[in-house]
Ligand binder design. Structure first.
Ligand SMILES: Nc1ncnc2c1ncn2[C@@H]1O[C@H](COP(=O)(O)OP(=O)(O)OP(=O)(O)O)[C@@H](O)[C@H]1O
Ligand SMILES: [Mg+2]
Length: 250
């Protein structure tokens, strides 16, 4: 059973600055155990990238963090001010872009907040458009605007840029970096892209068969990172090795 952060604070009387705290989180689907006692803390404002082979349990962790699924055992304590962005933008086709961003929000200031969020993702000119005419990258920016307008303290992202072309993906990585600097939300980013993980994160973790195998602090790379830094390349190669990727040609 997962518990909310406020319940956690009531139980422990401490308001430790964590956006997420998993302790011994286990998840089974029927007979099959997918997560085997995952321990993971994410501090407020911290950016954690989660790597792992297909089927290793990354989305399962994210769904539990999002409250979309319960752990079978262990405690998943998560700041309730969390929001999720998936690989596909999941926009409502019958609502204009601005209405998609404002969906589910109430109050007088909603229109202005939606407009501000769209400006932040540089889409204000398309606020009156239908989602269907937008490019994939633009649709994903709408999905991100819909997330930030809710002012989350924890942003959960499941391969948000995986379906985009390589150049758009680089732009989206910089956009995410800027938004996070501006808003200060904690982030859990699931990605297959090792460079993306090292470029953006404070910590990179690798999930192997439902267990966290590597938890690597990469803050020493600084905030102005370059993919050509020797130290950057060395970390990428190490992580590819952890993921079992063979870099020799054959
Ligand atoms: N609802 C479900 N019922 C049964 N099995 C499931 C369910 N959801 C996930 N699984 C299984 O759990 C394992 C982990 O799935 P998960 O989606 O977390 O992997 P992933 O690391 O996100 O993979 P990918 O990189 O391909 O997205 C997979 O073997 C999957 O088949
Ligand atoms: Mg997945």
């Amino acid at each position: 059973m997962s518990t909310t952060r406020s319940e956690h604070q009531e139980q422990h009387g401490d308001a430790a600055a964590l956006a997420l705290s998993f302790s011994g989180v286990t998840k089974a689907f029927g007979e099959r155990t997918v997560l085997h006692g995952v321990d993971l803390d994410i501090a407020e404002n911290e950016f954690v990238a989660l790597l792992g082979k297909s089927g290793s349990g990354k989305t399962t962790i994210l769904r539990i963090a999002a409250g979309l699924d319960d752990a079978t055992a262990g405690a998943a304590l998560v700041n309730p001010r969390r929001t999720v962005v998936f690989q596909e933008p999941r926009l409502v086709p019958s609502l204009r872009v601005s209405a998609n961003v404002a969906l589910g929000l109430a109050g007088d200031s909603v229109r202005a907040r939606a407009r501000d969020a769209l400006r932040e993702v540089r889409l204000d000119e398309l606020s009156g458009s239908w989602p269907g005419i937008l490019s994939g990258g633009e649709q994903q920016r709408v999905a991100i605007a819909r997330a930030i307008v809710r002012e989350p303290r924890l942003m959960l992202l499941d391969e948000p840029f995986a379906a985009l072309d390589a150049l758009t993906r680089l732009e989206m990585q910089n956009l995410l970096f800027t938004l996070r600097e501006h808003h200060g939300f904690a982030t859990l980013l699931v990605t297959h892209d090792v460079e993306e993980a090292v470029y953006l994160a404070d910590r990179v973790i690798v999930l192997v068969d439902g267990v966290i195998d590597v938890d690597l602090d990469v803050r020493h790379l600084g905030t102005e990172r370059s993919r050509t830094q020797p130290e950057f390349i060395a970390i990428v190669e190490r992580l590819l090795g952890e993921l079992g990727v063979d870099l020799t040609r054959y």
